[in-house]
Every structure is written in structure tokens, then in C-alpha cells.
Design a protein around this ligand. Structure first.
Ligand SMILES: Nc1ncnc2c1ncn2[C@@H]1O[C@H](COP(=O)(O)OP(=O)(O)OP(=O)(O)O)[C@@H](O)[C@H]1O
Ligand code: SF4
Ligand SMILES: [Mg+2]
Length: 340
């Protein structure tokens, strides 16, 4: 069942024409190029694409946590109408603590190993909501209980290394939602966990959406999770967005040859064992993108003169968009007939 809010609501997050460069001996321009998408209140939007396509970089830009050397060279990122790129570091810290939570693949990257988990959660509430030590600790216990940690009162005093991977992930979720954020960015939140714990963590995120109306921007490689959890999908390839669509439309009728190839490469249960088509070649290294369509060297339709020009996003009916001259002209994008 879709939890999508009515389409008339203003976006909570609006990323527009985002471009990111990397400074070095020579500046690498357009590592992230012309990335636009929105997330409405309470909505779940997936960012998908092969490894190295720029999903994490885009998420880090939203969080204001780009690695050293990377700069946003153009575009805007607005959260609740606020221009995040115009915020000072202090203001961004406050936004991150209060309105924007983050969950990463590796919990120890965001938990402080030297601090008891209860103190980490309580500190966020004291800092951002001005709660007293006692009230914040009580709330931290409720949050640990909420994310499914048994014996929460005792676990408040555990250090992260005393917990299992699944429990650490739950603590990170408790930290991310500690101040009732509007949006949680979850970058491969279950990749490092075994299948049972993955399902439990996803169910927890689903409940938080339902109960608290938290919007989720989910970075994942798992198309099953996308189909099950998300309302809309943003497909990234080589640092740019190649397709945006509602989850049902995307799975039923992918518009971009890359999206089609991604979907074709997923094994279908119940189908006879056949060789799955693979996407030949690799995602180009950042900064060494083709001058025309970035997918052209791997596309079964490449070589067309139109493909050798840079591609622009074209709006399609039903709030969709595609970055492909061929798809925009309504020409068929067949599956890449290249078995493994
Ligand atoms: N610290 C860094 N220094 C230099 N280049 C980087 C750095 N981090 C990422 N990149 C490059 O930026 C591009 C985008 O990387 P990003 O991590 O956003 O990809 P991703 O889509 O999240 O991939 P994955 O699915 O593997 O997590 C890639 O080409 C990557 O090699
Ligand atoms: S523009 Fe051409 S090369 Fe690029 S995805 Fe479309 S058909 Fe393929
Ligand atoms: Mg990543």
C-alpha cells in the first residue's frame, strides 16, 4: 500500500539543478550534474543506480557533509523552504540535529564509541530541544524501546561496541529520529545486516513513517526494497539523474534504457533459470564522462547522432522525467540483449 501524500503538498526537500565539483590539481567539474528531485512530507523516495553513480555524494550534499575538496558549484537544496546552501555550519548542525536525521550502512561511522548510547541520544534532545538531563534520558529510553531494543533502561548505559550490529543499527535509527525530524536520509541502512534483521529494520522504518509521518530518502541497491518501501524513484547514472517516476510506473514501464537494464538484471522468482542480461562495461570514472549522453558507451541504442549530444531532462506525462532523446521522442527502449 502506498503511503504517498497527496501530490498537491509542497515538497519538504527540493534539490534543484545540483552540481558538485572536486578541487585538485585540476578541478573535476560536473561529478554531480544537473540533479533535481523532491521529497514530499511523509513520502519515501529511493535513490538508485550502480556503484559510483553519485547517490551518497548527493545525500552528503543534502546533509551539508561533503568530503573535503568537493564543492557545490551550482543549484539549490531547500528543506522546509529553507535554503541549506546559504546556512552557516552552525545552522546546518542545528538542521541536521533537528529536522534531518541520517542513517548510514555502518553504524559505527555515526555513533561515538566513547559515549554511552543513552547519553548520545539524550544529548541531541538536550542540545536541540532544550530538555533537562532527566527528561532527555527518559526520552532516550523510550526511543531505544521504540526501535526494538530489549531492556532499554539497562542498554542506555551500554557503549556501542557492547552491542550487536543489528542493535547498533537500531541505536543509530533512535539517534536519527531523536528530535522528531521531518526527513531521514538512509544510505544503504540494511546492506551490512543479515536478511532477518534487514526485514526488521525496514519494518521499523515503515512504522516510523506511518506513525510519525517521517519522510525517507532511501539510497539502496535493492530493487525489492524499493518496490516494497518507496513511493517514487530517482535513478542516477554517472553523477546525474536519468529518470524520475512513481514506483509503480517505473517498474511497469521504465523509460530510460539504463533503468530498463537495471530492472532486467534482477532475477525474477518463479521464472526458469536463464542467463540474465548484464549491462556491459562500467560506470565511467568520475570526471571522465562522455561528452554526450553519459550512458552512450553502454547503451544498446548508442551511436545515434542525438546520443552524442549532452542529454537534458524531459518531462513525461504523470510527473515523470527522462534524460534520453530517444525515450523523450517516444521511441522504444528495448532491453540490452546481452546475456552474461
Ligand atoms: N572521497 C572521495 N574522493 C574522490 N572521489 C570520490 C570520493 N568519494 C566518492 N568519490 C567518487 O564520486 C563518485 C560518486 O560516488 P558515490 O560514493 O556518491 O557513489 P554511490 O552511488 O554512492 O556508490 P555506492 O553504491 O558504491 O555507494 C564516484 O565516482 C566516486 O569514485
Ligand atoms: S540518449 Fe541515446 S545513448 Fe543515451 S540513453 Fe538514450 S538512447 Fe541510449
Ligand atoms: Mg554510496
Amino acid at each position: 500500500m502506498s503511503l504517498a501524500p497527496p501530490p498537491s503538498r509542497e515538497p519538504l526537500l527540493a534539490v534543484s539543478d545540483l552540481a558538485i565539483d572536486l578541487a585538485g590539481e585540476t578541478v573535476q567539474r560536473g561529478l554531480i550534474h544537473d540533479v533535481s528531485f523532491t521529497v514530499a512530507p511523509g513520502e519515501s523516495v529511493a535513490l538508485i543506480g550502480e556503484s559510483g553513480c553519485g547517490k551518497t555524494m548527493t545525500g552528503m550534499a543534502v546533509l551539508g557533509l561533503l568530503p573535503r575538496g568537493f564543492t557545490v558549484s551550482s543549484g539549490s537544496i531547500r528543506l522546509g523552504g529553507r535554503d541549506l546552501l546559504a546556512c552557516s555550519e552552525r545552522e546546518l548542525r542545528s538542521v541536521r540535529g533537528r529536522s534531518l536525521g541520517a542513517i548510514f550502512q555502518e553504524p559505527m561511522s555515526s555513533l561515538d564509541p566513547t559515549m554511552r548510547v543513552g547519553d548520545q541520544i539524550a544529548e541531541a534532545r538536550r542540545l536541540h530541544l532544550g530538555e533537562s538531563r532527566k527528561v532527555a534520558r527518559a526520552r532516550a529510553e523510550e526511543l531505544l524501546d521504540r526501535v526494538g531494543i530489549a531492556d532499554a533502561a539497562r542498554r542506555l548505559d551500554s557503549y556501542p561496541h557492547e552491542l550487536s550490529g543489528g542493535m547498533q543499527q537500531r541505536v543509530m535509527i533512535a539517534s536519527a529520529i531523536a528530535c522528531d525530524p521531518d526527513l531521514v536520509l538512509a544510505d544503504e541502512p540494511t546492506t551490512a545486516l543479515d536478511v532477518t534483521i534487514q526485514a526488521e529494520i525496514l519494518e521499523l522504518l515503515r512504522e516510523l513513517r506511518r506513525e510519525q509521518g517521517i519522510a525517507v530518502l532511501l539510497v539502496t541497491h535493492d530493487l525489492g526494497v524499493v518496490a516494497d518501501f518507496c513511493d517514487r524513484v530517482v535513478v542516477m547514472y554517472a553523477g546525474t539523474v536519468v529518470e524520475r517516476a512513481g514506483v509503480d510506473e517505473l517498474f511497469a514501464d521504465p523509460a530510460h534504457p539504463y533503468t530498463r537494464a537495471l530492472l532486467d538484471a534482477v532475477p525474477q522468482t518463479g521464472h526458469p533459470r536463464t542467463l540474465l542480461p548484464v549491462i556491459q562495461g562500467r560506470v565511467p570514472v568520475a570526471g571522465r564522462f562522455p561528452a554526450g549522453c553519459r550512458f552512450e558507451p553502454r547503451c544498446p541504442h548508442g551511436g545515434d547522432e542525438r546520443c552524442l549530444a549532452p542529454q537534458h531532462e524531459t518531462a513525461l506525462p504523470g510527473a515523470r522525467s527522462v534524460r534520453c532523446a530517444r525515450a523523450a521522442a517516444g521511441e522504444p527502449v528495448t532491453r540490452p540483449a546481452v546475456p552474461a
